[in-house]
Write a new protein. Structure first.
Lengths: 288, 288
């Protein structure tokens, strides 16, 4: 059984990026600059943004963190977005989600200039992805494709089954895995809450991706022997044995799955760290 | 076995549109106006455009046909597109495909203003579709959804298998059938030329869509008893019994399939006529 070590892979990519930044500096180019807007003080969101900023430091990118109060109005936030759109020193930026309930997330995301939208959430990127044109790709599906690439997992002609049709993971991943490209050319089945007899479908998967946000939803009997299992879930569950009283776990019953799968991503340390590497890669691309 | 009569359904929709135009005229609004650009004189393309113009007349839309020579330069064609973008009398327009080989189709399609892009080929529409946002939807997948709607075919929880991943049929149809909406909520499997053991997958389909352009590719043994079969193929094959020496046929072996399926679209007279109705519907929407 191969452990698909997202943490080590992410760090390897970050080291490659660090060297590329040094090369760029040598020829007189600027450091790439990633900015992040965060609204309110949700601890999880702050932690995620903190990881991104720290990763920027690690690879030698400039970074800025714009912290805005929870009660900021939508038009004020849009003005902040436009300021970053117009700031020639910023190559790419993200608006950390979720936003407060009084905001329309789509309005904000569509205000980001596509050339700086390194999260790839703008409809123009979703469209280019769907049409097979170059685009920024959301970090989670991009990270999964990159992990398959780095572990040289063949996908052409394989049956990939994705559980979860979200617009930031399941749906773009279905497009990436089915397109005629490297780590594509899969037969792709997209499953979701309305899917009937899910286990009969997941048991057909050569590559099984769980992206539903339900701890241990995928059990060993749902996995075809020898399948590659990608666990996108990051769920916090109670655990008395931990000091904090809780721990992170995936959508897959890992102990169960590792008896059956040929390869699997752990949680934490699988898909999660890959997303940071992909965000940095997109930022480097935006700065070129 | 139910014959899914696209021709009759298309005419019924066109009659609804005709009445809606009359209502609009009564309250002092203009007739919707569809324009079409055609480059060169390919007979099939001319016939398709001719059908569209004739359908405009039938429902009371204004229409314009802009005929351009085969050797027109790309920048000249773009100027024609921009003229239509800026023409306040034109609500929507199409550029008939395929374009001559010296043109980059994407460059032309992306020059069409999204508000007038009633074919829905612009990346912004593909993106909005992928994200579940309102958009113009390419006529063929839209016509299939409409046909399912008109025949009250339930889709929620059903397994839809699509053969063919093109950006104008298979891929957008996969997005439409999988999204959380009316005539959506299917488990969707997208198959293509790299798919292995295709019959074992198509035999699982409650709804089977063939969009590959290979005459009689789908045989009866590939169809689950009781399945709904949608045939998108329009292939011209030799037929000595016809005066012309040829006839149109679909991707499905119709005689074979009608023994097994619960419902099926004929070719011609199935999906084809629906595309015209959907183009008119989009034009009406563009004019609102």
């Amino acid at each position: 059984m191969t452990l698909l070590d997202g943490k080590a892979t992410s760090l390897a990519i970050q080291e490659e990026l660090r060297l590329e930044v040094l090369e760029r500096l040598k020829i007189g180019q600027d450091r790439p600059h990633l900015a992040a807007i965060i609204v309110g003080d949700d601890p999880a969101s702050r932690a995620y943004v903190g990881h991104k900023i720290k990763a920027c430091e690690r690879v030698g990118f400039d970074s800025s963190l714009i912290e805005l109060p929870l009660n900021i109005r939508e038009d004020e936030l849009i003005r902040e977005v436009e300021a970053l759109n117009n700031d020639v020193n910023v190559d790419g930026f993200i608006v950390q989600l979720p936003l407060p309930e009084h905001m329309n997330e789509q309005t904000i995301l569509q205000a980001i200039h596509p050339d700086k939208d390194v999260d790839g959430f703008h409809p123009i990127h979703a469209g280019n992805l769907s049409l097979g044109l170059p685009s920024f790709i959301p970090a989670t599906p991009a990270g999964i494709i990159e992990l398959l690439e780095r572990y040289d997992i063949q996908t052409s002609g394989k049956h990939a089954v994705i559980i979860g049709r979200s617009s930031i993971v399941g749906t773009p991943l279905a497009l990436l895995l089915s397109r005629n490209a490297s780590r594509g050319n899969c037969t792709v089945t997209l499953c979701h809450s309305r899917t009937q007899d899910l286990p009969s479908i997941t048991r057909q998967a050569d590559i099984l991706i769980a992206a539903i946000g339900k701890p241990h939803f995928v059990t060993g009997d749902m996995i075809k022997p020898g399948a590659v299992v990608i666990d996108v879930g990051i769920n916090r569950i109670l655990d008395d044995s931990k000091k904090s009283g809780s721990r992170l776990t995936g959508d897959v019953d890992y102990q169960d799955a590792m008896q059956v799968a040929s390869a699997i991503t752990p949680v934490p340390g699988g898909v999660g760290p890959m997303t940071i590497a992909m965000l940095l890669k997109s930022t480097l691309q935006a700065s070129a």
